[in-house]
Design a protein around this ligand. Sequence first.
Ligand code: NDP
Length: 315
Amino acid sequence: RKGCAIVTGASSGLGLATAKALSETGKWHVIMACRDFLKAEKAAKSVGMPKENYTIMHLDLASLDSVRQFVDNFRRSGRPLDVLVANAAVYQPTAKEPSFTAEGFEISVGTNHLGHFLLSRLLLDDLKQSDYPSKRLIIVGSITGNTNTLAGNVPPKANLGDLRGMAGGLNGINSSAMIDGGEFDGAKAYKDSKVCNMLTMQEFHRRYHEETGITFASLYPGCIATTGLFREHIPLFRLLFPPFQQYITKGFVSETEAGKRLAQVVSDPSLTKSGVYWSWNKDSASFENQLSEEASDAEKARKVWEISEKLVGLA
Ligand code: NDP
């Protein structure tokens, strides 16, 4: 049978390129989990995805009710779940004030981390039940949350501190909107959310890999400077960022190439190792990369997990 993969945020950028790459193999049925149904439909058509190889299902990660409804709808579809790809993200580098999810969490951490945290926890049971030879849960990471890299050292740097803002609910009312309890900074909130993504992947690995055989992995697909992620950035940045990445840092990767990389982490029989963070070198060969001290801190991963459980109503 075909494998079944859920890809969140498959309506643009990396998610769309990955959905396309998987659907074209004919070996996968892709569930495009998207907040904007029409946009997703248009996107799938515009890149020529074979109709029989995808289904669009509504998911708004900025609402925990929507996450739960998505899980119910997916289960009603009767399809098995073989791979879950937590890809969607929001990035608000120029926001002066925080905005919030339906439950009142700062929107970057609320969407990128908490929405995916609940989704992954709920769908773990479905992954367990799959009889697919290699079941995987992939959470897209980023170099920007990794302070052991050049890109990760561009201020504001990711830093979760002692998690006091997160423990307080990230609501900007009786707690800070930032995980570390500091002043709101949209770029930092995104980077912090990516650290949470990478910590969550490792905590999943520690808690569930042995028992379930599921592969838990994260990746940095390269700098895909052309995606919608930078839509809220100032125009001059949007103009200069792609050539800067292409010719100066040489970290640039096209959406198509990045999609192939993520599709590889979904389906390549040789990438079954769990608990790892994949990157690619200049020749596009994958290798296991090192995470920064904070992004591999097991104690912090456990605390983020426990606080997240409370915030999403699992504990
Ligand atoms: P895009 O902005 O192109 O794609 C993000 C996707 O997430 C869109 O499909 C968007 O939906 C979706 N999304 C946003 N909010 C929600 C929500 N509340 N519910 C459901 N879906 C939502 O960015 P990229 O493709 O660049 O980003 C994809 C991933 O790649 C992210 O995890 C990002 O951190 C990571 N990444 C990107 C890099 C880059 O250089 N671009 C580098 C490293 C990592 P909609 O279409 O409706 O807006």
